[in-house]
Design a binder for this molecule. Structure first.
Ligand code: PRP
Ligand code: URA
Ligand code: MG
Length: 219
């Protein structure tokens, strides 16, 4: 897997990531969602450099302009619910993409430290020969990414696969690396060192779904 960790370069992205992590700024859920969306826009721009381009002519009122334009048929798939603001950011740039949504949540059994990933809702167009972008802001253990990809296999074989995430943890990135082929590309804001015993990224930012949309009751 090719890993593009964008925080390795100095850019405005680092300001958005710092705001997402900041406990005080996090109280503003609208700003939290918008910062996830802005990171999505930056990741979309960076990822767009790896698409396939062909020269095309555009008629202007005064002449003809030639430019290399991306040719890929993109399917943008996000994991509910924290994926919604990231999806919006990606869709702001890949505005002609087809869209897929899949739900994945952690179901805790008696022991709060163990959970399994439950996939319930899935709406997806054909993925055959298309460019699949699988987006989730948090790549913690990596189990949600892998479980959703397994569920998506029934919709065809994509030509190429891009994983997009805001914050990852090293163990989760390694887990995902084992499950996806070497041609898969990961575009990620930054990668933290570890997870805590509940599978949360440390230092991370907390629970992205709750910060964006409010706490949910466990069921
Ligand atoms: O890499 P993993 O260990 O699988 O963890 C990451 C998952 O956890 C979060 O979702 P969560 O289960 O909190 O659901 P939510 O979006 O509904 O809050 C996040 O959006 C990922 O989907
Ligand atoms: O750190 C984490 C791990 C999973 N889900 C989150 O929202 N945050
Ligand atoms: Mg959550």
């Amino acid at each position: 897997m090719e890993i593009h960790n964008l925080s390795k370069q100095n850019s405005i992205l680092n300001s958005f990531l710092s705001e997402l992590r900041d406990v005080n700024i996090q109280r503003d859920a609208m700003r939290f969602r918008r910062n996830i969306e802005r990171v999505g826009e930056i990741l979309a721009y960076e990822m767009s450099k790896s698409l396939n381009y062909r020269s095309e002519n555009t008629q202007t009122p005064l002449g003809t302009s030639s430019a290399k334009l991306p040719q890929n048929e993109i399917v943008l798939c996000s994991i509910l619910r924290a994926g919604i603001p990231l999806h919006n950011g990606l869709l702001n740039y890949f505005d002609r993409a087809e869209n897929a949504f899949i739900s994945a949540y952690r179901q805790h059994k008696e022991n709060p430290e163990t959970f399994e990933i439950v996939v319930e809702y899935l709406a997806c167009p054909s993925l055959e020969n298309k460019t699949l972008i699988l987006a989730d802001p948090m790549l913690a253990t990596g189990q949600s990414m892998v479980a959703t990809f397994e569920a998506l296999k029934a919709f065809g074989t994509p030509k190429d696969i891009h994983l997009i995430s805001v914050i990852g943890a090293k163990p989760g990135v390694n887990f995902v690396k084992k499950h996806f082929g070497k041609h898969t590309k990961l575009w990620i804001g930054t990668i933290d060192d570890k997870l805590n015993e509940k599978g949360y990224i440390i230092p991370g930012l907390g629970d992205a779904g709750d910060l964006a949309f409010g706490e949910k009751l466990q069921h």
